[in-house]
Design a protein around this ligand. Structure first.
Ligand SMILES: [Zn+2]
Ligand SMILES: [Zn+2]
Length: 357
């Protein structure tokens, strides 16, 4: 089952806030695990859906990016030969703030979180062929971003040199600022601008980054595209966003755009295709070879097939979740009518007519 939050709550994409709340209450009541016949898994799912759709900001993020998939990111992923020709398209540096951070953090808890310095998140678009969205794949993209300097690992310190106490703030990382006004003097603590609040500065600055620790450069990012990903969903690569000195890097969001397929259409985890057959084959039935995403498959057309009948090919659809079960391929049978009838065909059809067909 796909995890569409609208589907889970049984509401349409245009449902009002009230509708969502009502649907949530009804379902939560119905599936509450303390109740007889309750279903804890379902209950959790309903809650998760409501946490997103019940919140205007999170809902609009969800509408825009769908569910996000966490990926382990590219560093240390080796041993595959991919095609390096794919560049990120429509690259843009965007900061989502903490919206995504909170997205699946659950709810409750509350309280104030201490914020460390954090680099900006980056969002890129990636177009993938239909088959790749079904079976998954590996991609490499090159993006330009602020990254930790490879010479000093982001510290800004020259190799073989050490850190020393910042003379400006005496190692405290803060300086006292005094301002005079007509009401008297005020003093307050501010971050030391020399050491950026760290209390330490390099004895000798890194030659490569001049002590900044961070450089703007191109980096190749390896992306694992999960099987079954949908158009509009995003892959999250934690820590692959912009780096910031003395803090943690932001995240990279890869928004997937799936190319439509000329033959197959996706519906949930099923694939749909149309198969046009001569009228005689619809009536008499017989073998037919079709091209599926898994290659050629022989199917049996039943005798007296009606226009619009479906044949179900089990397990030839889209993989669902982490398990290996796959949806089905539904083949819709339609008669292929000729543009012109030969006199011979007319004669045969006249005979059929006598048979009452
Ligand atoms: Zn300082
Ligand atoms: Zn450096």
């Amino acid at each position: 089952m796909s995890k569409d939050y609208y589907e889970i709550l049984g509401v349409g994409k245009n449902a009002s806030k009230e509708d969502i709340k009502r649907a949530y209450r009804k379902l939560a009541h119905q599936h509450h695990p303390d109740k007889k016949g309750g279903d804890e898994k379902k209950f959790k799912e309903i809650n998760e859906a409501y946490q997103i759709l019940g919140d205007d900001t999170k809902r609009s993020q969800y509408d825009q990016f769908g569910r996000t998939f966490s990926s382990q990111g590219g560093h240390g992923q080796q041993g595959w030969s991919g095609d390096f020709s794919d560049f990120a398209q429509g690259f843009e540096g965007m900061s989502f703030g903490d919206i995504f951070e909170d997205l699946f953090a659950g709810f409750g808890g509350g309280g104030q979180r201490k914020r460390a310095r954090r680099g900006s998140d980056i969002a890129i678009n990636l177009e993938v062929p239909f088959a790749e969205s079904v079976f998954g794949g590996k991609r490499s993209v090159i993006i330009e971003k602020r990254s930790a300097c490879i010479e000093c690992g982001g510290s800004g310190v020259e190799k073989s040199s050490l850190m020393k106490k910042c003379g400006t703030c005496q190692g405290t990382g803060t300086v006292r600022e005094t301002r005079r006004s007509i009401f008297g003097s005020f003093s307050s603590l501010a971050e030391c601008s020399i050491c950026k609040g760290r209390g330490e500065i390099p004895e000798k600055a890194c030659h490569n980054c001049k002590g900044a620790g961070i450089l703007r450069k191109q980096e190749t990012i390896h992306i694992d595209i999960p099987a079954g990903i949908r158009d509009g969903e995003a892959i999250k690569l934690t820590g692959m966003g912009e780096a910031v000195q003395g803090g943690i890097s932001g995240d990279l969001y890869v928004k997937i755009k799936v190319h439509p397929h000329p033959v197959f259409r996706r519906e949930g985890h099923d694939l749909l295709m149309e198969l046009h057959l001569p009228l005689s084959k619809m009536l008499l039935g017989g073998d037919e070879t079709i091209e599926t995403l898994d290659g050629k498959v022989e199917i049996k057309i039943p005798e007296l097939s009606k226009s619009g009948d479906f044949l179900r090919l089990r397990g030839k659809g889209v993989p669902s979740g982490r398990g290996h079960s796959r949806g089905d391929l539904l083949v819709r049978l339609l008669p292929k009518l000729t543009k012109k009838l030969s006199s011979q065909a007319k004669k045969l059809l006249a005979d059929l007519e006598k048979e009452g067909l």
